[in-house]
Design a protein around this ligand. Structure first.
Ligand SMILES: NC(=O)c1ccc[n+]([C@@H]2O[C@H](COP(=O)([O-])OP(=O)(O)OC[C@H]3O[C@@H](n4cnc5c(N)ncnc54)[C@H](OP(=O)(O)O)[C@@H]3O)[C@@H](O)[C@H]2O)c1
Length: 341
């Protein structure tokens, strides 16, 4: 697979990784039930295709996602010392959840960072993590303290690189002054372009790569969503403003415009949406949230889509900047985003 380099912050060499990464969150309940054996097969197919960057969080299914990845990697031999470096594991920590799965806060104190990593290594069955990052900025802990604690883990050999997630420019600068930051994980898609204002230029200034999530806006702009598809219970989409009522009608109308452009190119809607993110810079690695092999295969097809300046202009006419209806998270979750301040 094509390679991209994440992060040259602080003169660091950066991390060579696959142009697309696999986001494993949907395999652990965030988008409703998923099939365990199909999830494992999807993980194996991704790594076989050269998609070596695997993204997870210790709170995805309260440890379920890490155990699933640990099992899949062990089955395929990747937890063995001589094969461990053939995959790269990116882990988020800090989100606090109760046994019912409710979100109850955030903890990125140095002692919490070190404890979380110890448990993560056990669940994943590995001796180090390639990129370790707080999922959100803990408002009660200076970012310098959180990054300093991860830097101790880098020195001790348990972590290779430090990343951040959904933080703004000020936090990026403060963090990068403590230790090189390899990447910022943040939502970026045709309908979520907020990072272009300030955060993306700051990352480029500091030499921090981007791992983009939500490139299909949680399936909304995949071409596979429709009014009849139900999301309920803990499915993120049941609570996402963009998937509700009039907002959904408006957003699906944008998808139909995009479908026209995709059809002219002879590709699918998901492929053109992923290819658009890939075309925004060599320092951006889209994370694909596939949990089935057919979705994975479709996403991999985006790597063969070359977008000309005319194509890019047609895409942006179909889905103009800031044309989505509804925020990307509900009000409570939006308030916890340092990146939206
Ligand atoms: N740092 C953060 O705050 C943060 C937040 C969210 C996610 N992430 C990470 O980013 C990863 C990707 O995010 P995301 O899941 O929101 O991404 P996404 O790719 O925008 O959405 C994934 C959903 O799109 C649907 N889909 C339809 N066609 C698809 C295709 N061809 N390929 C893949 N998915 C297709 C799937 O839903 P169905 O299976 O239901 O059809 C899938 O569950 C996550 O797994 C997680 O690791 C990070």
């Amino acid at each position: 697979m094509q390679q991209r380099i994440l992060g040259t912050s602080g003169g660091a060499q950066g991390l060579a990784t696959s142009a697309l990464g696999l986001g494993c969150m949907g395999m652990s309940g965030m988008y409703g039930p998923s099939d365990r054996s199909e999830s494992v097969a999807t993980l194996h197919a991704a790594v076989d295709a050269g998609m070596v960057l695997l993204d997870t969080g210790d709170f995805y299914g309260m440890g379920h996602n890490e155990m699933l990845i640990g099992e899949a990697l062990a089955d395929a031999g990747f937890t063995r010392a001589h094969q461990r470096d053939e995959v790269q594991i990116s882990v988020k920590f800090g989100a606090q959840r109760d046994p019912a799965g409710n979100w109850i806060g955030f903890d990125a104190r140095p002692s919490a960072v070190k404890t979380a990593l110890s448990y993560t290594l056990q669940r994943l069955r590995v001796d180090h993590i390639d990129i370790y990052r707080p999922a959100r900025l803990d408002p009660n802990v200076p970012i310098e303290d959180t990054v300093g604690a991860i830097a101790d883990l880098v020195k001790a050999g348990y972590v290779r690189h430090i990343g951040l997630s959904e933080v703004g420019s000020d936090t990026l600068r403060r963090a990068a002054a403590v230790h090189p930051i390899v990447d910022l994980q943040i939502e970026y898609s045709l309908i979520s372009r907020g990072i272009e204002r300030d955060i993306l230029p700051t990352c480029r200034d500091l030499g921090i790569g981007i791992t983009a999530y939500g490139v299909l806006s949680r399936g909304l702009i995949s071409g596979h969503w429709n009014k009849e598809r139900e999301s309920k219970g803990a499915d993120f989409r049941a609570h996402s403003p963009r998937f509700q009522g009039g907002n959904l009608d408006h957003n699906l109308a944008l998808v139909e415009e995009l479908r026209r452009v995709a059809a002219e190119k002879g590709v699918s809607v998901a492929q053109i949406a992923i290819a658009w993110v890939l075309a925004q810079g060599q320092d951006i690695v889209p994370l694909i949230g596939a949990r089935r092999r057919d979705r994975l295969a479709e996403s991999l097809g985006a790597l063969d889509v070359t977008l000309t300046p005319d194509d890019l202009a047609a895409i942006e006419r179909a889905v103009p900047k800031d044309s989505a209806a509804g925020d990307r998270y509900n009000a409570h979750a939006m308030a916890s985003l340092d990146s939206e301040r």
